[in-house]
Write a protein that binds this ligand. Structure first.
Ligand SMILES: Nc1ncnc2c1ncn2[C@@H]1O[C@H](COP(=O)(O)OP(=O)(O)O)[C@@H](O)[C@H]1O
Ligand SMILES: [Mg+2]
Length: 294
């Protein structure tokens, strides 16, 4: 065997025994629409990218204010092209600011839970090839308690529930936490108060929801703090930029950077070991069985 072949062999052997790189996955959800999920996802993901993390933001919402619109990106392809075998995941991914990678929204996220075994293998391969280079996956989920929202939350290690000071936001967040805990065994949620006018208001919002979950559900809620209501965030949205990028010193910009800092410090659970393929495996195999039976 020539020396170069030997080196290549050794490298291959090392790759095989090297522990897979952990990928942190974070779902941003809320129950109710319009509370700021997409802005939280974009700014958290970008904050993590600014911290030097290789971050992929997956847009799992087909709503109007999509991730690509907020970031001024122009997608040609999306996940449904990967599932259909027409494009590789690399070809679908868009480059956002500071190296942030974005998978634009598509009906593909719904299809993922419903693929046959050949399709499953294909999509797992597509993600695992990419997983080598990733530190964090952030998923912007749709409003409501649809099968796809449930599947994403079940597959991930961290679920951030965004709430704002509207009665429907609290009741919908509670309904989502209730379904995820009672029917699917999720027991830990992180709550972020968005568009709060004061620190006190943000905390009071959290306490409102924690009072009801403490009474009726067996879950642990962690308060993540608040992101203030900030006109600069709206200005940034109009300019199709993330507020952490366009107005980093604005109150919302600072709050999102601190949120990213916190997320970076969360412990990696044991199940985090593994490439992104494990996330996709969990997503596909856990699916939403009780929903189908119901
Ligand atoms: N912290 C904030 N300050 C001011 N406006 C905000 C804030 N967060 C969100 N918004 C505004 O609220 C609206 C809904 O936000 P979006 O992120 O699209 O919510 P969702 O994804 O939950 O539907 C947008 O117009 C956005 O500009
Ligand atoms: Mg949204």
């Amino acid at each position: 065997m020539r020396a170069s072949e030997q080196t290549a062999d050794q490298a291959e052997g090392l790759r095989r025994i090297a522990p897979p790189r952990p990928v942190r996955d974070i779902e941003v959800t809320s129950g109710k629409g319009g509370v700021g999920k997409t802005n939280v996802s974009v700014n958290l993901a970008l904050g993590l990218a600014l911290n030097g993390r290789e971050t992929l933001l997956l847009d799992a919402d087909l709503g109007l204010a999509n991730v690509d619109v907020i970031l001024g990106l122009h997608p040609t392809y999306n996940l449904s092209h990967v599932i259909g075998g027409e494009r590789s995941l690399e070809e679908v991914i868009l480059s956002g600011p500071s190296g942030l990678k974005v998978v634009p929204a598509s009906s593909g996220v719904r299809e993922m839970a419903d693929l046959g075994s050949a399709g499953n293998a294909g999509i797992i391969r597509a993600f695992s090839e990419l997983g080598q280079k990733l530190d964090v996956l952030v998923v912007d989920t749709a409003a409501g308690i649809s099968d796809s929202v449930i599947s994403f939350c079940r597959a991930s290690q961290e679920v951030i529930v965004v709430v704002c000071d509207e009665p429907a936001s609290i009741t919908d967040a509670y309904a989502l936490i209730k379904v995820l805990s009672r029917d699917y065994g999720l027991s830990r949620f992180r709550v972020l108060s968005n568009m709060a006018r004061t620190v006190h208001e943000g905390q009071a919002l959290f306490e409102k929801i924690a009072r009801v979950t403490d009474r009726f559900l067996d879950v642990a809620l962690d308060y993540l703090g608040m992101v203030p209501y900030d006109e600069y965030l709206r200005k940034a949205v109009q300019r199709q930029r993330a507020v952490v990028d366009a107005y980093p010193r604005s109150r919302a910009g600072v709050a999102f950077r601190s949120l990213a800092q916190k997320a970076d410090g969360w412990p990696m659970p044991e199940t985090a070991r593994g490439h992104l393929e494990f996330f996709v495996e969990r997503l596909i195999h856990r699916g939403c069985e009780p929903c189908k039976v119901a």
